[in-house]
Ligand binder design. Structure first.
Ligand code: GLV
Ligand code: MN
Ligand code: MN
Length: 415
């Protein structure tokens, strides 16, 4: 790459101002933000995106899935597009860096390239994907754009059908319109994302940049343990058909199974809903929200089989019924080797240390597996905190990551 390009850097003060303004939208007062997908706060953050694109003189558009894009067009016309993205939605009461940093950095990279009058061999698009976090569906905008969204995914989404319909109405979107976001795979040059690590590995190793090798696969289920309502005072302990026992025993056993037999994998029971749900009624039903993840497909299948067998064992043990509803199945995805190498070259040039690691969190990049080249970098998370208000990344690390992304775009687009 010519010397003049390799010395180019993002504008840290401009990025800081832009990211600080974004952090105020939906702020919870404890350092975090509450911006569930298509909530008022999330839509306000999208207004911020629109204003940023306009003030930078970038083309702006919104697709049928609500994905927000700022585009820097290059010459000649009809080039492929390199997407730089992340998401502005948050989990409920989440942190201000997850997703938001990647979107702010993507915009800053476009601004830097535009103000330096650099022509690339692809158009460059900063994109804010709809509902990465799965408060509604999960990876909704990116899977729609990649042409991977199945209509079934909208029928019984993990955030509830009513929430989805209300969110779409609030954002002026329609269910049918979501599918119009699909782009021909030939139009995409690739997808790159900067994200916080959301774990402690980089901090522990004292390394500047994580180059993601693969993103875990994820499955989520709702398990309904069915018992029988009875008077909690007058029904003998031996006569109860108590749904809570199956749900609780399953939760403890699932932990043992995954810790014992599936190293590198994780399982989470994030919610239990009791019905009728009273002090003095034996639980007739417990709906349990189960999620598990693995970076390896073969392990993933075995873990699924083991966990479902465990649920069946517990309902037999406590004489309960069981209903199993599957919400999502995303296979583990490898990142493109060439992109990983270019990230590494950029780090070397910038004098930054780097390491290859798998992502335990899901990300929009996995929607593009098999569609176009994909790559992700991580910047260190202080104390590994994420999906919580104490989520934090040192500003110097944010700037380092932004420069790695800039240099990688230049290498790919000028090389
Ligand atoms: C999203 O960040 C997830 O990994 O659940
Ligand atoms: Mn994220
Ligand atoms: Mn997240």
């Amino acid at each position: 790459m010519p010397k003049s390009f390799s010395t180019l850097r993002i504008n840290p003060a401009r990025l800081f101002d832009s990211f600080s303004a974004l952090s105020l939208i939906g702020a919870t007062g404890d350092g975090g933000v509450n911006r569930p997908a298509l909530s008022e706060a999330h839509l306000a953050a999208r207004d911020w995106f629109c204003a940023e694109a306009e003030s930078a003189g970038l083309d702006f558009h919104v697709d049928g899935a609500g994905n927000h894009s700022a585009v820097l067009t290059c010459q000649p016309s009809n080039l492929q597009t390199l997407l730089l993205g992340s998401h502005l939605d948050s989990v409920s009461n989440g942190g201000r860096f997850d997703g938001a940093l990647g979107v702010a950095v993507a915009l800053e990279v476009l601004k830097t390239i535009k103000e330096n009058g650099i022509n690339l061999k692809f158009d460059l698009e900063a994109i804010d994907f709809t509902d990465e976090e799965g408060t509604l569906v999960g990876l909704l905008g990116s899977s729609a754009l990649a042409g991977r969204l199945h209509p079934e995914a909208l029928k019984n989404p993990r955030g509830g059908r009513q929430n989805l319909l209300e969110g779409l109405a609030r954002a002026g979107l329609s269910e049918a319109g979501i599918f119009t976001a699909a782009r021909p795979k030939e139009s995409l040059a690739g997808y790159l994302e900067l994200h916080i690590e959301q774990g402690k590995r980089l901090e522990r190793m004292g390394i500047d940049i994580g180059i993601v090798s693969a993103i875990v696969g994820i499955r989520s289920y709702r398990l309904g343990f069915i018992g029988r309502a009875d008077h909690a005072g007058s029904t003998l302990m031996t006569d109860r058909v108590d749904a809570s026992l199956g749900a609780s025993a399953f939760t403890l056993a699932a932990r043992e199974i995954v810790m014992g037999d599936f190293p590198g994998c994780v399982v989470n029971v994030g919610r239990m809903d009791f019905a009728p749900g009273a002090f003095n009624i034996v639980p007739a039903r417990v709906d349990l929200s189960l999620e598990f993840r693995s970076p390896d497909e073969e392990q993933f299948e075995k873990m699924d089989t083991a966990l479902m067998a465990c649920a069946k064992e517990q309902v037999t043990r406590f004489d309960l019924g069981l209903e199993i509803e599957c919400f999502e199945k995303h296979a583990p995805n490898a990142m493109t080797a060439k992109v990983q190498q270019v990230f590494a070259d950029s780090c070397e040039d910038l004098g930054l240390t780097h390491v290859s690691l798998a992502s335990g969190a899901i990300h929009d990049g996995q929607s593009f597996d098999g569609v176009c080249p994909i790559g992700m970098i991580f910047v260190p998370s202080v104390d590994g905190a994420s999906h919580a208000p104490r989520e934090f990344t040192k500003w110097e690390d944010c700037v380092n990551g932004a420069n790695v992304l800039l240099q990688t775009v230049l290498r790919l687009g000028r090389g």
